[in-house]
Design a protein around this ligand. Structure first.
Ligand SMILES: [Zn+2]
Length: 477
């Protein structure tokens, strides 16, 4: 019923694409675990032309579908199987422009970076990865419906574009890292790979800065198309270590930027939200674990210490009066905890990486010679439950009404996506308890692989944070 509500609101509110995108992904996820009949409503929406295609509307340095009506519509229409020639043309043009654009561009007298997830090239790369993932799904289902030919062309183009976009973003990051190191007051906090945000500031947040861009670059699908990215894994790991040191030195907080953004000096406490703040580092540390090649080689005790310290900060300061939104709200703060729960619970972080952790961290995350995500899951669920008190879903006046109350990033559609991911995580845990009681699993004898194999259905139905996502094939065993 809640999902139907969000869908009908889509007819009357702005930011329609985000809302429908939320409903489409929730619908496909729920289809894996129940027979909730949402498909008909979605196809009715398609016939109504709720998502028309648009001429390309890109501003300089802004090729991400998250900030573009035309590309956002293209993504949604691709998912709905009704992409057309205009969508294909928009995609060709957007990738062409992105590959040609400089690392920075001028806007209102400032030099702005062009690689962030929200508006920049990493957002476009993430969309290409999403297309690749979706296309492999469709191939398995052998779709031949209307728009199938265009969809195939879009998927083929995305496969070709992914290595080119990756190299361009990495190159910009290497140049940014060199500059950051030269200008850093503390070389220990400099990241060897980094991207300018505004003038001489380097954003650390997931929507505007390094944590989001690195999370996209760590998608394992990239290395399957072009192994060159692995040459930069060492620089990426050193950058993650630098961010973790900053987090540990500031009691679990991650500043919005290096150097500190001027408004930080007037703020009574640092921001704790996914666009700027510690939740973005936690999301990156989850993405780093879910890339098995990378985590086996590079995951460090210091990173796990940073998870513990950062997650405490999110738990204590992450219930925001801004409400339940993904971008700067409670659902977005809870989501990385949920992702990290998987990383610990299903053995994505190598056990040897815990050796150098503090005793407190080991006591929290290790149980009977295996890692456990209980501490993280319990906090994520409580935070997600609190979202039901926030407006427009709830009425608690201590939370303000979001600017776009039903949208994907600021409103109820995004909160629904977070709730759905939590349902899938909890179902896998409940199934596991049942299997344990039936004697099909035996702790501590059953390995993390045994556990994963049992619940791969619920786990693979996860879609990840919108705009950053995860490659759920990592859940295969
Ligand atoms: Zn935000």
């Amino acid at each position: 019923m809640t999902i139907s509500l969000a869908y009908h609101v889509a007819h009357t509110k702005c930011r329609v694409q985000g809302i429908v995108l939320g409903v489409v992904r929730v619908s496909s996820q729920l289809a894996t675990i129940s027979s909730i009949p949402l498909e008909d409503e979605i196809h009715a929406g398609q016939k109504d032309g709720i998502v028309p295609s648009f001429p390309l509307d890109l501003k300089p340095g802004r090729p991400s579908p998250l900030g573009s009506t035309a590309l956002g519509a293209m993504m949604l229409r691709f998912k709905l199987g009704c992409a057309d020639e205009q969508d294909l043309f928009n995609l060709y043009s957007a990738v062409g422009l992105a590959l040609k654009q400089e690392t920075t561009f001028e806007m209102r007298g400032h030099q702005m970076g062009g690689d962030e997830v929200l508006f920049g090239r990493a957002g476009l790369l993430s969309a290409m990865l999403e297309i690749k993932k979706e296309a492999s799904h469709t191939q398995q289902g052998q779709s031949d419906g209307p728009g199938a030919e265009i969809s195939r062309k879009i998927a083929e183009f995305a496969n070709n574009a992914i290595p080119k976009l990756t190299r361009t973003i990495v190159q910009a990051g290497k140049e940014g890292g060199d500059k950051m190191l030269k200008s850093a007051a503390d070389p220990g906090s400099a990241c060897p790979i980094s991207w300018p945000w505004i003038d001489s500031y380097y954003s650390l947040g997931a929507m505007h800065g390094i944590t989001g861009i690195l999370a996209v670059l760590l998608d394992p699908q990239i290395s399957t198309l072009d192994g060159e990215i692995r040459e930069y894994y060492s620089d990426i790991a050193d950058s993650i270590s630098a961010l973790c040191r900053v987090c540990l030195e500031t009691n679990g907080n991650l500043p919005a930027s290096i150097p500190p953004w001027p408004s930080d000096s007037t703020r009574s406490s640092p921001l704790v939200q996914i666009c700027h703040g510690t939740p973005s580092l936690l999301l990156l540390l989850a993405a780093a674990a879910l890339n098995v090649d990378f985590s086996q080689q590079f995951y460090k005790s210091e990173w796990i210490d940073a998870i513990y310290s950062g997650a405490q900060r999110v738990w204590e300061n992450g219930i925001l009066s801004k409400g339940g939104s993904l971008c700067h709200g409670i659902a977005g703060n809870a989501w990385p905890l949920l992702m990290l729960h998987d990383c610990f619970e299903y053995g994505f972080i190598p056990l040897k990486s815990f050796d150098g952790c503090s005793e407190e961290v080991k006591a929290t995350f290790l149980k009977e010679k295996r890692s456990t995500g209980d501490w993280l899951l319990s906090r994520a669920v409580v935070m997600l439950q609190e979202c039901s008190s926030t407006r427009p879903f709830g009425t608690d006046e201590k939370y303000r009404m979001p600017d776009h109350p039903y949208s994907l990033f600021e409103g109820l559609a995004g909160t629904l996506c977070a709730w759905t991911e939590a349902i899938l995580a909890l179902l896998a845990r409940i199934d596991r308890l049942d299997a344990f009681e039936r004697g099909e699993l035996d702790f501590p004898k059953s390995s993390a692989e045994d556990v994963k194999a049992k619940f791969v259905g619920s786990l693979r139905a996860r879609r990840g944070f919108p705009g950053i996502g995860i490659d759920f094939s990592c859940y295969e065993v």
